[in-house]
Design a binder for this molecule. Structure first.
Ligand SMILES: [Zn+2]
Length: 232
């Protein structure tokens, strides 16, 4: 299994690794900084290079339970055992991190169950199970305030046993943790949000920067889709 370096440090842009196997247009390595598609966040893109070759990574996804680095069509694949250097497209990923962190802030403002969501570098959306009308201006102001207040963002792992010993933790979470994997990764935005999440986030909410509420769409009687954009 690939060591997921991005889980403990989402700011890592490069790493060295060793090829552990290949599939169809797909390379597996022992450790990676590439985030695989999941939780509404797209898989990373970037470059893989080795002595005598390189390949553009066009997507990253779980393939047969392990992290697959998908190369562009026609690219050479490095054989198993090859030392490689991995570099993500940092500008794109950083926008995903800004969007992802902004999504958590949005979820802390609109306290309704979240039924879906999607993140991209250009635009992101969160679907809420709600009948009420969304006051775009008020939500936009609340979002800007949370960004300006610069709350610290951190991740920690907790075992299910620790969770059971601290039931108040579950009560304070905005989303109930999944069970059965032994440990759970918690994302905490100081004084704002606590919930299980495996994505990549910023260190502090100020880094979200210029964020704006876009269209609010009515998707059925019981569903409001809130779009957000980054203004730079
Ligand atoms: Zn998250």
């Amino acid at each position: 299994m690939t060591t997921e370096l991005f889980r403990d440090d989402s700011y890592l842009k490069t790493c060295s690794a060793t090829v552990s196997g290949t599939g169809e247009r797909c390379v597996f390595v022992d450790r990676t900084v590439f985030y695989p598609l999941g939780g509404g966040q797209p898989g990373d893109t970037g470059m893989m290079s080795w002595d005598g070759g390189e390949a553009r990574i066009v997507d990253t996804r779980y393939v047969d339970g392990d992290i697959g680095h998908l190369v562009e069509s026609g690219a050479d694949l490095p054989p198993e055992g090859t030392p490689v250097d991995l570099t993500i497209d940092w500008d794109r990923r950083y926008r995903h991190m800004r969007m992802h962190t902004a999504m958590h802030l949005l979820g802390s403002i609109l306290l309704y169950p979240v039924t879906g969501g999607n993140i991209s570098a250009e635009k992101s959306r969160l679907d809420f199970d709600m009948e009420d009308t969304v006051d775009k201006e008020a939500v936009g102001e609340a979002l800007a305030r949370l960004v300006a207040e610069d709350h610290a963002v951190s991740c920690r792992w907790i075992t299910e046993r620790e969770l059971d010993a601290n039931p108040e933790l579950v009560r304070t979470m905005s989303v109930q943790p999944p069970r059965g994997k032994g440990s759970i990764r918690l994302l905490e935005i100081d004084n704002v949000d606590l919930q299980p999440c495996g994505g990549t986030h910023l260190r502090s909410t100020a880094e979200v920067g210029a964020v704006r509420i876009g269209k609010v769409e009515k998707k059925g009687r019981q569903n409001r889709r809130v779009n957000i954009h980054l203004d730079d």
